[in-house]
Design a protein around this ligand. Structure first.
Ligand SMILES: [Fe+2]
Length: 441
């Protein structure tokens, strides 16, 4: 609380009653002036109300002024109360010690009433100014904190909105031709396993190590974005494609790159890395090591590394997945096909890595753990964690965990019972409902 001459609470401490009377008279009209004859009594009174300023004698029986000042400065409640020493002729040297210990001033006795009043007025004004500055500084700090929170909230909204749009695009692409679902998520997870394996084996580790892992993996989800341009008759054809249909199918690579170019032109510079990776994935994931792939037929290391990595993951997932024209292959057969494709379809260095670590592709936690967790957290902007067994390590309460697991099991049951396209959207919406109900704010 601020106080100046007129409404101040001033305490005068002196064992000489004459001095107390004189000082009280000099400060009449300055506010509430309390007089006490000992430091001990001063502390008793201060338990009831803190003074705005203390005039403190040095030489007193019992606790002297220096000891009293030390005690005042040692307590957080009283440390900031300004103290002016009243010094007598015999107190030489104590003025310096008093100022060093934190007194704001000293006044020699016998004092001039006018001088005493003027000095007290100055120190009360200085105290008020200090308190105003501290209050303003605290308000400024609070304002800054609020501003930072608002900026973070707005930034969070933008990230969530971007995530929602991105998620919609990925779902749209996947819903066009992925009968069993999960291709995008699985290939992303395989990509992570393959990149980790390559780095462990020292294969392309410099190039892969220089990539931002989250950006590269998230951008890989758009590798088939060009399929939105391919007709249903081709995408869902239960048999093999005619040469003409295959030519149309090939266009999803260049079309995907063109779509991403258009989007890139509207995005800020900070998204350039994401879009550059996404474009390379979309355009080059069907190129082959021997130059017989599409759209360009470029061979070997001319194919960007992202495309060579995705070729392995994309084909492996196609092999182990159900398609309109085939049942899923056993993993052993899929692994053999990939390994046999070294040097013809696939980069032999990457196949070498694949051969070492393909057992990791089979692990439920490998294919459904990390990637699902990442996708859900990207999409929700929430630290959601699902693992292969359908459990969760994040939820708002135990009831939510229980209900979520129940619903998730129900969802899995439906997928098993109705594993056909006509139920795809039903299942998809059910998953969305469950997801948004329990994990999105
Ligand atoms: Fe593709």
């Amino acid at each position: 609380m601020t106080a100046e001459l007129g409404n101040a609470r001033i305490m005068i401490v002196d064992d000489a009653v004459t001095n107390l009377r004189l000082a009280k008279s000099a400060l009449s009209g300055a506010g509430d002036v309390f007089t006490v004859t000992s430091a001990e009594r001063m502390f008793e009174l201060m338990d009831t109300a803190l003074p705005h300023l203390i005039l403190l004698d040095i030489n007193m029986p019992g606790m002297n002024g220096i000891e009293a000042l030390k005690a005042l400065k040692s307590k957080p409640d009283t440390a900031d109360v300004p103290v002016i020493f009243l010094t007598g002729l015999t107190d030489t040297g104590h003025e310096v010690e008093g100022l060093r210990l934190g007194a704001v001033d000293y006044i020699a006795k016998p004092f001039e009433p006018e001088l005493l009043r003027a000095r007290v007025g100055i120190h009360l004004t200085m105290r008020s100014q200090r308190i105003k500055l501290e209050t303003q500084s605290q308000e400024l700090e609070r304002f800054n904190r609020n501003l930072q929170a608002m900026v973070a909230e707005e930034a969070g909204k933008v990230v969530r909105l971007q995530g929602a749009v991105f998620s919609t695009v990925v779902d749209l692409v996947e819903s066009r031709d992925d009968i069993t679902g999960g291709h995008v998520t699985r290939t992303m997870n395989f990509l992570k396993l393959l990149m980790d394996g390559a780095v462990e084996s020292g294969v392309y580790s410099d190039e892969i190590g220089a990539w931002d892992q989250e950006i590269i993996l998230q951008s890989s989800m758009l590798h088939d974005v060009g399929k939105i341009s391919i007709s249903d008759a081709i995408l869902k054809k239960p048999g093999s494609l005619t040469p003409q249909e295959f030519e149309e199918m090939k266009l999803h690579t260049t079309f995907g790159a063109a779509v991403l170019d258009k989007i890139s032109a509207t995005l800020p510079e900070e998204d350039a890395q994401f879009m550059r990776h996404a474009r390379i994935f979309a355009e080059t994931h069907h190129e082959k090591w021997n130059g017989s792939g599409y759209p360009f037929g470029i061979p070997g290391a001319e194919i960007p590394l992202q495309g060579r990595l995705m070729a392995v993951c994309d084909v492996y997932d196609a092999l182990i997945s159900k398609r309109p024209y085939k049942d899923p292959f056993p993993v052993e057969k899929a692994e053999r096909i990939i390994i046999e494709g070294a040097g013809s379809h696939f980069d032999p260095n990457l196949v070498g890595v694949f051969a070492k670590i393909c057992h990791r592709f089979r692990e439920p936690g490998g294919s459904a753990g990390w990637a699902v967790r990442k996708v859900l957290s990207w999409r929700a902007g929430t630290p959601v964690a699902l693992c292969g067994g359908g459990t969760t390590d994040y939820a708002r309460s135990p009831e939510h965990v229980h209900t979520f697991i129940f619903n998730f099991k129900y969802l899995l049951l439906q997928i098993n019972l109705f594993n056909s396209f006509q139920y795809y959207w039903h299942i998809f919406h059910l998953l969305n409902n469950i997801f948004y109900q329990y994990f999105v704010e």
